[in-house]
Design a protein around this ligand. Structure first.
Ligand SMILES: [Fe+2]
Ligand SMILES: [Fe+2]
Length: 213
């Protein structure tokens, strides 16, 4: 979640009544904004090396695990549920950075991932330890609820995407299947018409002269 996550964590540090959590959230916030800065700097260097402009670097795709923070409303969460949510996000982020560190060939980028991975492992561990400290009897329950909520949000994202695709599909089907049928019917009707001016059909009824139509 990097820069955005840093803002959420600063807010969480303001809101918590627990002094140790406040210190840890602040350290976490500083780490995340440091990660964002590391990504930006690395992105700039790589673009410059490729001969591009400095520009900005979008790093959000790198850590989709931590992006779960997009849906987080720090104000609505208690310390325990926030820690459970953070623990899952950081665990996913740590797993991802471990993979990046292995697959990236460029030594400088590897070093960036190595430094970030160290922090992510710390985030993953402290969130778990603190969750167990403040909710010793219910920490597992908090983790299951956080897992469920992540799954539900993931499902909603997929369902929205599928609904969008289905809408497009129905419109395309209408365009390519239904419209040609109308066009065919119109063509047939045109073929039945006799060329030139045709006298309108007269209906000699008793009331024909009393009405306009
Ligand atoms: Fe991070
Ligand atoms: Fe993190």
């Amino acid at each position: 979640m990097e820069a955005d996550g840093g803002r959420d964590l600063s807010r969480a540090a303001e809101l918590t009544a627990d002094p140790l959590l406040r210190r840890l959230f602040l350290r976490h916030a500083i780490d995340e904004s440091h990660h964002a800065e590391l990504f930006r700097a690395r992105g700039r260097t790589m673009r410059a090396a490729l001969g591009g402009e400095g520009g900005s670097f979008e790093a959000r795709w790198i850590t989709p695990g931590e992006r779960g923070g997009d849906d987080l409303r720090v104000e609505d969460e208690g310390d325990a549920s926030l820690l459970a949510f953070l623990h899952l996000s950081e665990k996913l982020a740590a797993a991802r950075f471990a993979v990046y560190r292995e697959v990236v060939r460029d030594e400088e980028t590897r070093e960036v991932f190595r430094r970030i991975l160290r922090d992510e492992v710390f985030h993953m561990r402290y969130t778990r330890t603190q969750l167990e400290r403040i909710a010793p009897a219910r920490h597992r329950r908090h983790l299951w609820i956080a897992r469920g909520s992540r799954l539900w949000k993931g499902y909603l994202r997929v369902a929205t995407a599928v609904a969008g695709w289905l809408g497009t599909l129905v419109l395309l089907a209408q365009y390519f299947l239904v419209l040609p049928l109308f066009a065919l019917a119109a063509k047939r009707a045109a073929r039945r018409e006799r060329p030139g001016w045709n006298e309108p059909e007269r209906r000699e009824q008793p009331g024909a002269l009393e009405r306009q139509y």
